[in-house]
Design a protein. Structure first.
Length: 260
């Protein structure tokens, strides 16, 4: 998911610079202007400082799925009246006046909502709401008129949150090490969530033997010299974390490639 910064300039009407309280809701909107672009809607919000009209949102998602950040998440945007102080607003472009989001816009909305729910510890079933749920305004139009589609949207966010992210860089690094002849389990060490620190020392010893080292201490010294480990005390004292193992495996993979 790529987010482009398109921040509004600070002004009283669309970006007041007021700090947002704890985020407890995500409010979904439609732009209400069929076939308009995300950039055009962002520029409209920017123009309100001279028109002296209050309106804005944190994000705008375009017809190509592009995501623009208009107001920082820790600042208030003017999108949902009484909910402005505790919610993040997302405006969505739509090709037609029925207000249904196209596939690209919808996909980006699901990804963005999933990310926000994870970061702010929100429940998509109750914490993602429509503008309509705050003010009874018919926004987002299609998802006000089609309750089943709205419930499916929230279910899609929930399912997206439960997807396991594939760490291709780590998997490739572990496979390189295995191909080199060092026997480590890709199902364990190819995912930071499955790494068991109880066996971290053992896997380092296996790698060390594959690199011609006699024991754990000698392996650590060698990996420090090769630039694979920056903080040896962590490994010596056994204060190892999965993210440290991930970095080490990727660096060892590069070391092996350089040896060939």
């Amino acid at each position: 998911m790529e987010i482009k910064q398109a921040l509004l300039t600070k002004n009283p009407y669309s970006r007041p610079g007021v700090k947002l309280s704890k985020v407890t809701k995500i409010v979904v909107h439609w732009v209400g202007n069929a076939n308009s672009t995300a950039q055009a809607n962002r520029n409209y919000f920017e123009s309100l400082k001279t028109k002296k009209i209050y309106a804005s949102s944190h994000y705008i998602i375009g017809l190509e799925g592009e995501i623009l950040l208009c107001v920082p998440e820790d600042e208030v945007a003017y999108h949902a009246t009484v909910a402005n102080g505790y919610s993040i607003g997302i405006e969505n472009c739509h090709p037609n006046w029925d207000g249904k989001f196209n596939d690209k816009t919808y996909k980006s909305l699901i990804e963005l909502c999933s990310d926000l729910c994870k970061r702010y510890n929100l429940n998509p079933e109750k914490d993602i709401i429509r503008h309509y749920d705050v003010t009874k305004k018919e926004c987002p139009k299609y998802y006000v008129k089609n309750t089943k589609a709205w419930l499916k949207l929230k279910e899609d966010v929930k399912n997206k949150m439960q997807e396991k992210k594939v760490d291709n860089e780590l998997i490739e690094a572990v496979q390189d090490i295995i191909d080199y002849g060092i026997q480590i389990d890709i199902n364990v060490w190819g995912n930071v969530e499955t790494m068991n620190m109880k066996y971290a020392k053992l896997f380092v010893e296996k790698i060390g033997k594959g690199l011609g080292k006699e024991n754990y201490e000698e392996t650590i010294q060698y990996l420090v010299k090769q630039g694979c480990i920056n903080t040896p005390i962590v490994w010596i004292e056994g204060k190892i974390k999965p993210e440290y193992c991930r970095t080490l495996l990727i660096r060892i993979s590069q070391l092996i490639k350089n040896k060939k």
